[in-house]
Design a protein. Structure first.
Length: 107
């Protein structure tokens, strides 16, 4: 039971990371248009870079899962033509865990 709760918590964390990643990207684009504020831009750029580095540490299958489930959500059930439910959740869990580990270990 604790494993299921932990997995939901990890998925929520990845969703939050994805949301803030897109917020940072939008902010960076806005800042380039209106200002030369280096400090704010540097903070947001550091976060975006951290997310990209963590994503790049995943293997290609894990990247597909993180990308489709959290960043560029393809469409609900994108995986049903390729994976059984058990396989999907097993790979998704591994992908989430590896992404969070890479993200948290990135300086």
């Amino acid at each position: 039971m604790d494993s299921m709760k932990e997995q939901r918590t990890n998925s929520k964390r990845v969703k939050e990371i994805a949301r803030f990643y897109f917020f940072c990207n939008r902010h960076l684009k806005f800042m380039k248009c209106v200002s030369d504020s280096q400090k704010s831009e540097t903070d947001y750029q550091a976060y975006v870079t951290k997310v990209i580095k963590a994503y790049n540490k995943l293997d290609s299958l894990e990247q597909v899962f993180i990308n489709n489930d959290f960043f560029y959500q393809a469409y609900p059930g994108w995986w049903t033509k390729f994976y059984t439910r058990a396989t999907y959740y097993r790979i998704r869990k591994r992908s989430v865990d590896r992404f969070l580990e890479a993200f948290e270990n990135e300086f």
